[in-house]
Design a binder for this molecule. Structure first.
Ligand code: NAP
Length: 498
């Protein structure tokens, strides 16, 4: 039976969320923790995304844990490699490494109704039991491959942006890049600037770009951050303040919200107009959908790069891929040596493809047959004592994921503490709670810009946003309050009532 006093906890995924969870659970006195990581290194998305130019478009001082501000950032927008170093530093400094087991790819998690515990099995043949289970496997971790005829027939090298092969030599090569999303705009300028390359970008849909310039932090800047932690806090507050205005502009329907949206849209249009000299190229790069409908791309290197003589933007549409390269719908063959797929991720995978089963062997695929959903993004009926970190309708894509993870961790801890004190027999929400949650989302999503008629990874199969359809502030307010009436009474309480 589960041990409430000193519950055993398994967390899957030693990325930014898994590390934060260990730190926060320990602060709350929960110490019997095992953190399972599939890879031989920690760091999640920042371990996996190693393409040239990979960086974070959330300013570095805003992309840090609240409990570990860091004056050593080299840039206003940190490189992926330094973010990875930061997480490794925190992982060691807070002793999270002591409870981490690397090389443990979880293949199945199943809940046992009798013992009220989870059994977690890994590909390496190990098994763990846990009173409480967290999935911290991240959102955008499963690369999406385009369904283009002939993709496998390409004779050159094919590489997804999230599965980068460092051994490939790009010098003097003809490179094709499919996609112009946030990953593509970071890597395309780097490929264009490599010696002797010729880079063709295949764009299906143009993106709205917001100009976001980077800058190096000097030794003096870092010393100033070291001397005054308040300076780091102010940079963070300012940066996240702008992001909050962004969430207002994308989701709100008041006059002020709509004016804010117009201001952001005008700014993006002005940036395009002042950056792209050739009217034909400018027209090709001009989106025909509302600003923010797709995830806004923040960058300052793509527009200058795409106008260089060794860069080409192709918008004719891809017909097929052949051993030689890409054939576009106008019949032209674009001969290539290397094909880069900057084609994004499956945003609805969550913990899958794990074999994940709750009460009575109910699989997560079955539970999500009609809709991918979780109460407050975190909890699913019939999957007791389980928390899905950064689950569906978390406010992803428009704010710092670190703050999100910390707030979700704090919410989970409040629920766990109530269970530890005997206020809940089991941590399991009633199905009605999910229905109410759905109604809440429905009441808000109508006026979001994501429902304004474009294709994007924000939308689920029904065309509903998979992200929180309201302002950041409203999400924070909601997450600070736990409504315990949504939980199932559990067997002991039912017996008492009988
Ligand atoms: P993405 O935004 O989903 O972009 C994928 C690109 O590939 C789009 O341009 C898409 O075109 C294109 N594409 C996909 N399938 C295609 C096909 N069959 N034929 C032609 N084009 C195709 O993916 P991403 O750039 O990897 O970014 C995903 C998310 O990761 C971002 O939105 C962001 O949240 C996050 N990210 C963040 C950072 C950061 O700095 N914080 C950096 C990188 C990524 P369509 O638009 O026509 O579908």
């Amino acid at each position: 039976m589960s041990n409430r006093k000193n519950p055993s906890v398994v967390i899957i995924g030693a990325g930014m969320t898994g590390i934060a969870l260990v730190v926060k659970l320990r602060e709350a006195g929960i110490t019997n923790i095992t953190l399972l990581e599939k890879a031989t290194d920690i760091g999640g998305t920042w371990r996996e995304n190693r393409y040239p130019g990979v960086a974070c478009d959330v300013p570095s001082h805003a992309y840090t844990y609240s409990f570990e501000p860091w004056p050593e950032w080299d840039k206003f927008l940190a490189d992926g490699s330094q973010i990875h170093e930061y997480f490794k530093m925190v992982w060691k400094k807070y002793g999270v490494d002591k409870v981490t087991k690397l090389g443990q790819l979880v293949t199945s998690c199943s809940f046992d109704d009798n013992s009220q515990q989870w059994t977690i099995k890994t590909q390496a043949g190990d098994a763990y039991t846990a009173d409480l289970l967290f999935s911290a496997t991240g959102i955008l971790h499963k690369p999406a491959f385009p369904n283009i005829p002939g993709l496998d027939s390409f004779a050159g090298i094919t590489m997804h942006s999230a599965l980068w092969d460092d051994s490939v030599e790009f010098k003097n090569k003809k490179i094709g890049v499919i996609g112009v999303g946030s990953s593509a705009v970071q890597l395309i300028p780097e490929l264009i600037d490599m010696p002797g390359t010729d880079v063709t970008v295949f764009q299906r849909t143009p993106q709205w770009l917001v100009e976001l310039k980077n800058k190096d932090y000097s030794t003096k800047d870092k010393a100033a951050f070291r001397a005054d932690a308040g300076k780091m806090a102010r940079v963070k507050k300012f940066a996240l303040g702008i992001y909050q205005l962004g969430t207002t502009a994308l989701t709100g329907d008041s006059l002020k919200d709509r004016l804010m949206h117009r201001l952001f849209a005008w700014n993006a249009k002005r940036y395009l107009e002042k950056s792209i000299a050739d009217p034909v190229l400018r027209e090709k790069l001009t989106p025909k959908y509302k600003f923010g409908c797709k995830r806004v791309v923040m960058n300052s290197t793509f527009y200058p790069a795409i106008q260089k003589p060794n860069a080409h933007l192709v918008t004719e549409g891809i017909e097929k891929i052949t051993p030689q390269g890409i054939v576009t719908k106008d019949g032209k063959t674009h001969a290539l040596d290397i094909l880069v797929l900057a084609t994004g991720f499956d945003p609805a995978a969550f913990m899958r493809p794990m074999n994940f089963t709750g009460r009575n062997g109910l699989s997560i695929d079955k539970a999500w047959e009609t809709k991918i959903q979780a109460y407050r993004s975190l909890m699913i009926p019939e999957f007791p004592n389980f928390f899905l970190m950064l689950g569906p309708n978390s406010p992803i894509g428009n704010y710092s994921v670190i703050d999100m993870s910390e707030i979700q961790a704090e919410y989970c801890i409040k629920v766990i503490q109530r269970w530890q004190q005997g206020g809940l027999d089991v941590i399991e929400v009633k199905p009605e709670a999910v229905a109410q949650w759905r109604e809440l989302l429905k009441s808000k999503m109508g006026h979001t810009v994501w429902k304004s008629g474009c294709q994007s990874w924000y939308l689920d199969a029904d065309g509903d946003p998979l992200t929180w359809p309201d302002k950041w502030a409203s999400w924070v307010k909601m997450m600070r309050e736990v409504d315990f009436s949504v939980f199932k009474p559990g067997q002991a309480t039912e017996k008492k009532a009988a």
